[in-house]
Design a protein. Structure first.
Length: 246
């Protein structure tokens, strides 16, 4: 059986439709290729590793796996800082103080004693990065201080290596910002941070997860930049039972 020959106008219409489809397909492929181009990690490091523009002070709403409605206040002055966790309408339940890279001191205000805490393990009940690096992350920088080593990786992440800890950092551009941090050291706690709701590079929300299922969520309420403010004095408390005196 012979196939009827299409009229010239019908053949032209078919050719136009096929051409348009091919053009759309090619355009879509080019767009996808551009969208998946590798990030310039050196540019990200240059942008996100710059010094802080002042001493940050911030207030967060906090939810942890065991309770909600807490408040977390951050105060810094130079290389010193205070991190206070309070009940919604009550007094402070803990205070953490640090100076530079030295081990922070954790004050359990409920128990009336103090102990050394190397990271967020005592503050939020979740092991994570050291506090000076955590502060930089919360205010829109890479979680790395002067002595930490930054290495761009072929998988599109940045490796941060410090004394006794390490992390893989995922960034996004336009604008540059950190969207996740995952443990890369040898402690084996398996913590991970997810950052979202950014205002430029500053995250409005942070979720910290531990390998054992514990978690904490921080929601930024307010962030200010100060210049050399005086920090509150520390309480005079004994060491907690089992902690050595120094």
């Amino acid at each position: 059986m012979s196939v009827p020959k299409l009229p010239r106008w019908a053949r032209a219409a078919v050719w136009f439709i096929l051409s348009a489809f091919l053009m759309l397909t090619a355009t879509g492929c080019r767009s996808t290729a551009l969208g998946t181009s590798p990030l310039d990690l050196d540019a990200a490091i240059d942008k996100l590793h710059r010094p802080l523009s002042g001493d940050p002070a911030a207030l967060y709403r906090v939810r942890v796996s065991s309770s909600g409605g807490l408040r977390l206040a951050l105060l810094t002055s130079g290389d010193q800082g205070r991190l206070t966790v309070s009940e919604p309408f009550g007094s402070a339940v803990s205070l953490t103080a640090w100076t530079g890279s030295r081990p922070p001191t954790f004050f359990d205000l409920r128990q009336g004693c103090r102990l050394e805490a190397s990271d967020l393990g005592q503050v939020l009940g979740i092991a994570a990065m050291p506090l000076p690096q955590a502060v930089r992350l919360l205010v829109g920088r890479l979680p790395a201080v002067a002595d930490d080593r930054l290495t761009p990786r072929a998988d599109g992440r940045i490796l941060v290596e410090g004394q006794g800890w390490g992390a893989f950092v995922t960034v996004r551009d336009d604008p540059w910002r950190v969207v996740s941090v995952e443990e890369g050291g040898d402690r084996g706690t398996g913590w991970r941070l997810e950052l979202g709701d950014h205002s430029l590079s500053v995250p409005g929300s942070v979720r910290v997860e531990n390998g054992d299922g514990r978690w904490a969520e921080l929601e930024l309420v307010r962030l200010e930049w100060n210049d050399g403010g005086e920090l509150p004095s520390l309480p005079d408390l004994p060491y907690c039972v089992g902690e050595p005196e120094h």
